[in-house]
Write a protein that binds this ligand. Structure first.
Ligand code: SF4
Ligand code: SF4
Length: 434
């Protein structure tokens, strides 16, 4: 991978100065079991059960999975089939909070003495990457040091998607937790060096982290130019260390572990309190939000409709989990906040509608899509190969490397939906059996 691509986007960080406020208890909580990569947890509850805050309500034996905990104390009022945004189904539980927020008896700080107990504690916390990837964090920690020694921890503070400012607020409000989380990870994972990588549009966060790490020789604050998709794992590794993650390899193969800043902050909080992952800091913004734009600490399972009502949403045409580049559209405002939700953006236009961008026209072979691609792929050739159902060519063009960042679509003067086509092509290739 060469460092040539990326696009400059309007930042729209409207809520960067908005201090995080507790959103409070919603009327009901809806918790789907499929919230992370890996095995889907089995739901342990049935209708009319009583639950307590922090109680495990779903888990799976598979290592590549993370338990799910109740964010509230209350009563189970429904068990239902839930349609995930990717079209799959899972069980979901609906809980009516009793308002007491009584903690479950096992909620207490974990005992950590070594790498094994640290990884176990991280699994028990239910933590999955809080930057949006939803990859179980304990799995990231379980690399084989003898085969892939890791010498560098990168704290991903790029937050390169427009509108989202939750990680910026994390830097400003959870500074000590970030430092403590870094120390825990370096100590128990035996990592000698840490780079905190932050885009240059977060001056306050950069200054604060420099001040807090001034006497930490092993920790460096690296300022990166604001360029989307700076926060993509392979991109931030290259920009922070100059190392390249080769095709089919993991960051560990390049001696690097990447953690989102909110993830590392949560690890510290969990080790101090034992309160599992049951709430999220998220940004509420977008053109359809008419009041109360800002950052909120929201219980996982809170229906998005309650956030929209609070935000005085009007004429909503598009709701996104996450940012406008890689965010996932909601099919219903009754979908809940998930572990991976770092923003809810509501717009009064259909942002996927080509009419809003002047309509799709024929490819003019300008090459802008390739120049914008951070991985130097050839998006216009993906489109042709997909349309002719040429699986061999898609493979040869290394479609599997595409991370669906959307830079190609954004850069295309003909408004061709290249990133969307890449997704369809990936589905086609998965089923092509070559
Ligand atoms: S969506 Fe894929 S092909 Fe398009 S710019 Fe991003 S990585 Fe490259
Ligand atoms: S940017 Fe659009 S018009 Fe230009 S080569 Fe790529 S697909 Fe064609």
């Amino acid at each position: 991978m060469k460092n040539l691509g990326g696009v400059k986007l309007p930042h729209n960080k409207n809520t960067a100065n908005s201090e995080t406020v507790d959103f409070g208890l919603p009327k009901t909580i809806v918790i789907p079991m499929a919230q992370a990569m890996g095995a889907v947890p089995n739901l342990f509850l049935k209708r009319d059960d009583k639950v307590l805050k922090g109680q495990i309500i779903g888990n799976a034996d598979a290592f590549m999975s993370a338990p799910i905990h109740s964010p509230v104390s209350g009563d189970v009022i429904d068990i239902s089939d839930y349609l995930n945004p990717n079209g799959s189904h899972c069980k979901a539980v609906t809980i009516r909070p009793d308002g007491l927020q009584t903690l479950f008896e096992t909620v207490k700080p974990p005992e950590i003495t070594d790498k094994k107990s640290f990884i176990l504690a991280v699994r028990d916390s239910g933590l999955t990457g809080l930057g949006g990837a939803a990859f179980p964090t304990h799995v990231k920690f379980s690399y084989d040091e003898t085969k892939t020694p890791i010498d560098t921890l990168i704290i991903n503070g790029a937050e390169c998607e427009p509108y989202i400012t939750a990680d910026n607020r994390c830097f400003l409000e959870d500074t000590d937790d970030i430092i403590d989380g870094i120390k825990l990870c370096m100590k128990y994972l035996n990592i000698k060096r840490c780079i905190i990588s932050i885009e240059d549009n977060k001056a306050e966060a950069i200054a604060l982290m420099r001040e807090k790490t001034a006497d930490m020789k092993a920790v460096e604050v690296k300022v990166l130019p604001s360029l989307y998709p700076q926060g993509a794992e392979k991109v931030i590794i290259y920009k922070s260390t100059g190392r390249i993650v080769m095709e089919g390899e993991l960051p560990a193969n390049a001696g690097v572990l990447v953690l989102n800043v909110s993830t590392v902050s949560f690890i510290s909080k969990y080790c101090k309190t034992g309160i599992p992952l049951t709430s999220k800091r998220l940004t509420l913004d977008g053109s359809a939000i008419k009041k109360n734009r800002g950052n909120y600490n929201v219980l996982i399972g809170t229906p998005i409709s309650e956030l929209l009502e609070f935000g005085g949403a009007e004429d909503v045409k598009t709701i996104l989990y996450g940012g406008p580049m890689m965010g996932v559209p909601l099919y219903s405002p009754e979908q809940p906040v998930l572990k991976s939700t770092n923003a809810i953006l509501a717009f009064d236009t259909d942002i996927s509608d080509s009419k809003n961008t002047g309509g799709v026209s024929a490819c003019i072979r300008c090459g802008s899509c390739t120049r914008a691609c951070p991985l130097n792929l050839l998006p216009m050739r993906f489109e042709t190969a997909y349309k002719t159902k040429d699986a061999k060519m898609l493979k040869k063009l290394k479609l599997s490397l595409c991370m669906n960042c959307g830079c190609c679509s954004f850069a295309c003067p003909a408004h061709r939906p290249l990133a969307e086509i890449n997704q369809l092509a990936k589905d086609f290739l998965r089923n092509a059996k070559i």
